[in-house]
Design a protein around this ligand. Structure first.
Ligand SMILES: [Fe+2]
Ligand SMILES: [Fe+2]
Length: 285
């Protein structure tokens, strides 16, 4: 058994009702999915249902008449949108808890992941990627490995208090103490759930810019977006007076992954991102 498999074995113990959220995620990726079956499954989890209704009624999805049931969401917004809403609702449930080993307060991992997903979608739209759904999902779940490794990492850190060693990155620390890292562990989990390569590979390689997988556009977009969100320093809602200097960012970061139409549209991309992120930031809380 490799280290990732050892850690993902106990995911079911980490969240209150992971079974429903996870099944909804899997259903969303099944081409043969039956809408009534999916609606029924979602309705088994009241929190997920509430999250989905809140998202569906938000300004972001722009509907005039109130949506009051899961079936309504599916009929009025269409399956592609339902997938996005189901994935968002389910992921929020998995990622809201604090991740102490990573110094992440309650909600922080969710806000970071959600911001990365919104930004990736805008970048993907400018890059004219067809399959934006998998980029959204991969971005939302890119740090899911932190949920799994939080507890073992906490234990390992407290058992190694005298650790005089310096690490250049979080990944090096994880690798040293646990023999794996959150990116690899997240990828192993999503592979176990049966999600496609377009979702699992960007998760597994989002910190790894020098491997052959980093040449895939999906991987480039997710790692670029993760890096940008970290640089912007997003925690929850972006304040109105927030200023992000695009030119300064480009000058300081010459080695960004080359994503089509990104650098020359960066100002527009960041504006669209801020607007969409603020509209949806608190919906799945
Ligand atoms: Fe990460
Ligand atoms: Fe991240």
């Amino acid at each position: 058994m490799n280290n990732e498999t050892k850690y993902i074995k106990d995911i079911d113990k980490l969240v209150p009702r992971p079974d429903i959220a996870l099944e909804v995620l899997q259903m969303a990726y099944d081409n043969q999915v039956s809408i009534p079956a999916m609606a029924l499954k979602i309705e088994m989890d009241p929190n997920l249902t509430a999250n989905m209704l809140r998202l569906a009624n938000s300004a972001y999805f722009g509907h005039m008449r109130e949506i009051t049931s899961v079936k309504d969401i599916i009929i009025r917004l269409g399956l592609e949108t339902v997938k996005i809403i189901a994935i968002t609702g389910a992921s929020a449930g998995l990622m809201r808890s604090p991740q102490q080993a990573y110094s992440l307060e309650p909600g922080s991992l969710w806000h970071h992941s959600h911001a990365t997903a919104v930004l990736s979608s805008v970048i993907a739209k400018y890059a004219r990627v067809e399959d934006t759904g998998s980029i959204y999902t991969a971005s939302l779940l890119h740090d899911i490995g932190k949920v799994i490794l939080n507890r073992p990492l906490q234990i390992a850190i407290s058992n190694n208090k005298g650790l005089g060693k310096k690490f250049n990155s979080l990944l090096e620390l994880e690798q040293y103490l646990l023999g794996t890292d959150h990116a690899k562990t997240g990828m192993a989990l999503l592979q176990k759930w049966g999600l496609p390569d377009n979702v699992t590979l960007p998760v597994g390689f989002h910190h790894n810019v020098n491997c052959k997988e980093a040449r895939l556009l999906h991987v480039k977009i997710v790692s670029l977006s993760n890096f940008l969100v970290e640089s912007i320093g997003i925690r929850s809602v972006v304040p109105d007076n927030f200023i992000f200097n695009v030119q300064e960012f480009i000058d300081q970061n010459q080695q960004l992954p080359d994503v089509p139409n990104f650098q020359n549209n960066m100002e527009k991309i960041i504006d669209e991102f801020f607007c969409q992120f603020n509209e949806t930031a608190n919906l799945a809380n």
